[in-house]
Design a protein around this ligand. Structure first.
Ligand code: FAQ
Length: 318
């Protein structure tokens, strides 16, 4: 088959809603796009453990601590499924880590903001996991099989995360004036960064058109952002919180909320590494990597010993 024939067959598979699997032929740029997106997604999950990890020791009850610990462990697990999905495309996990540690790889802008109060644990679950679900449910139908399958389980877990976050805020909002003020203050800080999570506006999104044609993405960044705002604003109102956007207004004609101008300069500054916690996050990941060296060495020695024992046993049997 010529390259053109292969390209036609590849696009037909996608158009027929069949999955592309690792052994199938795929254009180089499809592979590169997936490696870029899945690796960024995996990095986001493990860097995303850090802001909440900051509050484990200060959770206000045993029940809250257990739920927060479970959630953070889930994020670590999501990172591992995603690194595995990425490895099926022929990249090495250590190379992905290296790119994260030396600042070449991106991860979600949202994790470069600090967690300043207990209410932030609620807001992150509600808004950040809520935004993640909105973006990730369509990824369950992504054309690349291993990524789509990883997303199914991830979305189920994100749904629990979103509920535990909303529950934290709901309880705070039913509490004392100080607790309600803490919830509102947290929403004020996290609202705009959360809606930036969906990425640049469609006119500035360089990858969307191609990723939609390949059915990696099913919706544009602005479409998902609008869906998120439409479902989240009533949730804020239900618990008595005010979304910090003076231009936010339900538009009866469109059936959607109109919202104010996003500060894209802030977004790009954070993406470029100049957010409030970028340095702290990367330092934490690098030191975890360095301090974990003895574990990796011990695991390798153990694997070699087991392999040697197995081959001696096999030789004995034959
Ligand atoms: N932050 O052309 P587009 C989570 C970059 S997981 C940083 O629109 P694309 C779970 C983009 O990479 C959160 N960079 O790109 C959790 C590109 O740069 P490049 C992560 C961003 O790929 C919850 C450039 O801008 N989720 O939260 C961001 O078509 C709680 C141009 O952008 C995923 O990764 C950003 N926000 O669309 C964990 C989902 N947005 O690569 C712990 C999968 C854009 O050319 C606690 N990814 N950029 O150098 C996606 O759906 C897509 O990659 C988008 C971006 C929608 C993020």
């Amino acid at each position: 088959m010529t390259t053109t024939d292969l390209e036609i067959k590849f696009q037909q598979t996608i158009d027929n809603e069949e999955k592309i699997e690792p052994r199938d032929w795929m254009p180089d740029n499809y592979r590169k796009t997936l490696v870029r997106q899945i690796a960024q997604h995996a990095h986001s999950e493990i860097v995303g453990m850090l802001p909440e990890g900051n509050w484990i020791t200060r959770a206000p009850s045993l029940r809250r601590k257990v739920a927060l610990l479970a959630k953070i462990q889930d994020e670590g697990g999501h990172g591992l499924y995603l690194y595995s999905a990425c490895e099926t495309l022929g990249v090495k996990r250590d190379d992905m880590y290296e790119e994260l540690h030396d600042g070449r790889a991106k991860y979600s802008s949202i994790f470069n903001y600090p967690t300043l109060s207990w209410a932030d644990m609620g807001t992150i679950g509600w808004l950040v996991d809520g935004a993640a679900i909105m973006n990730q449910i369509p990824l369950c139908r992504c054309s690349f099989g291993p990524y789509a399958r990883a997303m199914v389980r991830i979305c189920k877990e994100e749904s629990f995360h979103q509920r535990q976050g909303y529950d934290i805020l709901n309880i705070l909002c039913k509490g004392s004036d100080e607790q309600k003020a803490m919830a509102q203050e947290s929403l004020n800080r996290w609202w705009w960064p959360s809606i930036m999570m969906f990425g640049p506006s469609d006119k500035d999104s360089k990858h969307t058109a191609q990723s939609m044609a390949w059915k990696i993405k099913r919706f544009t960044n602005d479409e998902l952002r609008q869906k998120f705002i439409d479902v989240t604003v009533p949730q804020a109102e239900f618990i008595g919180l005010k979304v910090p956007d003076p231009d936010l207004k339900f538009n009866k004609e469109t059936g959607h909320y109109d919202y104010g101008e996003i500060n894209w300069d802030e977004f790009w500054q954070v993406v470029k590494g100049n957010g409030p916690c970028n340095k702290q996050r990367l330092d934490a990941r690098r030191s975890a990597w360095e301090e974990g060296e003895w574990v990796r060495e011990a695991a390798e020695v153990y694997a070699e010993k087991r392999a040697a024992r197995r081959s001696i046993a096999a030789a004995g049997v034959s």
